[in-house]
Write a protein that binds this ligand. Structure first.
Ligand SMILES: [Zn+2]
Ligand SMILES: [Zn+2]
Length: 291
């Protein structure tokens, strides 16, 4: 079968084209779903990257430090309780300051992926700076968990024009920063893209800063309904449902219990599998190369 969009002869038989991510059989109810539960362990790195003075401000720092100190341990307990393998994307700056936590994440069987050094959005860097950040982050994570990360998620989902090429040059298996489909596809030679979207991220619903003029935070119930509806349609489409969360946001009381309820809700459907990003990407690359 040929993809009507990219004319690739290597599409998935019934759902999405592996080459470009195009929907191949709209309206066909597939009734299965792969779920990727993922966390960006940012701590205060993103805030400090955008506002360097925050590094010296205890209140601002504590807002982010809650993630590695309190949110992440509760997240790990939830994953252990529910038996779910997850993916954690960790800035090098955070990993250096929380080596035992990062080692524990890997020891528990979760994936440790790359997420910049001080949460630098690649689009704000030149090619050399971006390459330097990639190598520095990989070296720090490898030093802690014993292997270089195979997955990359760009800080703030702002890839540069060089990012995909730099990732392929460094033998990354996959990226998770693009929004082009509901299911993974291949960008470049064989770099897999595990797509994400702001609607499946805790940040737009729960982030609040009085100085930012942000609106009222959503209630956990509103987010449960939004994510459950998205999951149900992904299940019908045979998509990959990738949730992106931050321990300093989702780890707050009232929110993590909502995630646990959502996990039980998803488990009540047939054909649902919880996998780490690296495992999904491995299978997609294998299918793409074997055709
Ligand atoms: Zn295609
Ligand atoms: Zn981040």
């Amino acid at each position: 079968m040929e993809c009507p969009v990219c004319e690739s002869t290597r599409p998935d038989e019934e759902r999405y084209c592996l080459r470009c991510g195009a929907a191949l059989n709209p309206g066909h109810a597939v009734g299965s779903c792969t779920v990727v539960i993922s966390f960006d362990l940012d701590g205060p790195s993103g805030m400090i990257n955008r506002h360097p003075e925050f590094e010296r401000q205890p209140s601002a720092r504590s807002f982010g430090e809650y993630g590695p100190a309190v949110g992440a341990p509760h997240v790990l307990a939830l994953l252990a309780r529910t038996g779910i393998p997850a993916s954690f994307y960790i800035p090098g700056w955070v990993a250096e300051r929380h080596t035992a936590l990062v080692a524990g994440i890997a020891e528990a069987g979760h994936e440790v992926g790359h997420h910049g050094y001080l949460h630098e959005p690649p689009a704000t860097l030149n090619r050399e700076q971006e390459a330097e950040v990639l190598d520095k982050g990989s070296a720090i994570l490898a030093g802690i968990v014993g292997a270089a990360p195979r997955g990359y998620r760009s800080p703030s989902w702002e890839l540069s024009e060089h990012s995909l090429e730099l990732l392929e040059e460094r033998d990354f298996l996959y990226d998770s920063s693009l929004m082009g489909s509901d299911a993974p596809y291949v960008v470049g030679e064989s770099l897999v893209e595990l797509p994400i979207h702001w609607s499946l991220d805790d940040y737009p619903y729960f982030m609040f800063g009085p100085a930012d003029g942000r609106r009222l935070m959503a209630s956990p119930q509103q987010v449960f309904e939004t994510w459950a509806a998205a999951f149900e349609e992904c299940h019908s489409r045979g998509a990959v449902f990738t949730l992106t969360m931050h321990p300093y946001i989702i780890g707050r009381p009232g929110r993590l219990s909502m995630l646990e309820r959502l996990i039980h809700h998803m488990r009540s459907f047939s054909g649902v599998e919880f996998l780490r990003g690296v495992d999904v990407a491995e299978a997609v690359r294998g299918a793409f190369l074997s055709e």
